[in-house]
Write a protein that binds this ligand. Sequence first.
Ligand code: 5MM
Length: 337
Amino acid sequence: MNENVLNQTAKAMVADGRGILAADESTGTIQKRLSSINVENTEAHRQTYRDMLFTTPGFEQHTSGVILFEETLFQKALDGTPFPQLLASKGVIPGIKVDKGAKALPGAPGELVTEGLDGLRERLAKYHEAGARFAKWRAVITIGDGIPSDYCIHTNAHALARYAALCQEAGIVPIVEPEVLMDADNTLEVCEDVTRRTLEAVFIELDKQRVLLEGMILKPNMVISGKKCAVQADRQTVAEATVRTLKRHVPAAVPGIAFLSGGQSDIDATAHLDAMNKIGNLPWKLTFSYGRALQAAALKAWGGSDVDAGRKAHLHRAHMNGLAAAGKWNESLESAV
Ligand code: 5MM
């Protein structure tokens, strides 16, 4: 393991004013996205859509890396350039989702465990050869009646650390994504407690399994009210609770934290990140690794054919989130830019 290379890549992923585009939707998830604009889920349409995103002029100023699905890593852009090479030529680091999805956790109704460790060492070697320099593995923690169980949290934390250690062995920076879902009716306080339990377990496992903290990126949820909760905490409260929880549980050796958006509105995802960075005096970089909150507007504007409109919407959200990563966003910029 070359510790220096891992640390350099991790730092580049959270460089000033830049964040990560999560475009790693599996075939089932992209099906939902494309059907929302009445586009058939074919390989050609997936290629055209992702080509539109990755050829957006100027998006690289705000985007340090892109998480790809395996199909895209080995696919070519419309001009014939392999996607990873196209991204690298713009100074955007290609990354790869390596998990095989969250499946039912045996003996734990309503809870999930992420699979994909079998054969991962061999897959990582192949991905590195294709140009991937970072990877992503998403664990899903569900809030509900009596859940999450410690069993679910620990099983997922163990798998995240197994994945992270294998990535580093292959010279690939692991994005460690323990996602506490935001969909239930819980309060912000419950989310804070579950996020605390989750991060605590994850960092214990990472330590036990000898993962180099300087060579990884954390991708957590924000500490937020569940979508169905009657009382929604305001943006400043979310920012303060998230920073407080992260400061308590994420070692300063981790170079950066790149949030998932988790179904927040585009503007909320940007505003929350900005509010956290405005708090300042943070031991790590705080940026974005959004899927929906970066792509929803672009997908709609593109609508299957309008490449210019799609690129314009993509650039706008990338720019706004780039500003938020520096704590320099405000709502008036949404219409001014
Ligand atoms: C882009 O969505 C990612 C892939 O999801 P599937 O494996 O279910 O297709 C997803 O993992 C994403 O990278 C993160 O969860 C962040 O996405 P959001 O939309 O929450 O920012």
